[in-house]
Design a protein around this ligand. Structure first.
Ligand SMILES: [Zn+2]
Length: 210
């Protein structure tokens, strides 16, 4: 009935609807940004900041090469499991940890003792886009699964993201804060591939999907 009264062909209506949905904010388009460069003396700087790392024999060239590879057992928080990543990513994570800690104290009244993660380095293309190489290929990304707190409790993205309680508020606040420090932040709000983790990366695109 509605279509019959409108002097607009259905194909134009479809295009208008598509344009409206694209601009609704649910799936914002990424903008090009200059990716951050590795800080000078990165390995020495993260050790001085308290990271405990061991050597990781990883090629620094090739399609999935990592610049300044490190395995961190501890940054400010313990890494569970030990995190194979780039010095750049670890340095960025370490500078974000005090903010995570402050949010945990505010929302949960607890200090954070460990980061649970699903990894940083993986030689693969993007989930949902097989044509583009993932930032995980160069270890410039990190998948946050959750956090262990000082009282022994655990907050998990998979279980607590949609919670209306303090755990959910904490996780959503962490994702929002991450948008100020990382290029891309993807969450369970983004797509089905991120139902159980928060993806952060240091790539050439800016996108905050929280
Ligand atoms: Zn990821």
């Amino acid at each position: 009935m509605l279509l019959r009264r409108l002097p607009v062909p259905p194909i134009v209506l479809s295009l208008m609807l598509a344009a409206l949905l694209a601009g609704c904010g649910k799936k914002p388009s990424p903008a090009r940004v200059t990716p951050p460069a590795e800080p000078p003396h990165c390995l020495a700087a993260i050790e001085a900041a308290g990271a405990r790392t061991v050597a990781w024999q990883m090629s620094t060239s090739g399609a999935c090469g990592v610049s300044s590879p490190v395995v961190a057992s501890t940054a400010r928080f313990a890494m569970k499991p030990p995190l194979k990543t780039s010095c750049l990513m670890l340095a960025a994570w370490m500078s974000f940890e005090p903010e995570v800690e402050a949010l945990a104290l505010r929302h949960l009244g607890q200090r954070v003792v460990a980061l649970r993660h699903y990894g940083s380095h993986a030689c693969r293309t993007m989930t949902g886009n097989g044509n583009r190489r993932s930032l995980h290929a160069s270890a410039r990304a990190l998948d946050i699964a959750g956090f262990e707190l000082a009282d022994g409790s655990v907050v998990l993205v998979k279980r607590d993201w949609r919670s209306r309680g303090p755990e959910g508020r904490f996780l959503r606040a962490v994702a929002k804060a991450a948008c100020q420090r990382f290029s891309v932040v993807l969450t369970p709000e983004s797509d089905r591939f991120h139902h159980d983790h928060i993806h952060v990366d240091l790539g050439p695109w800016k996108l905050c999907s929280t």
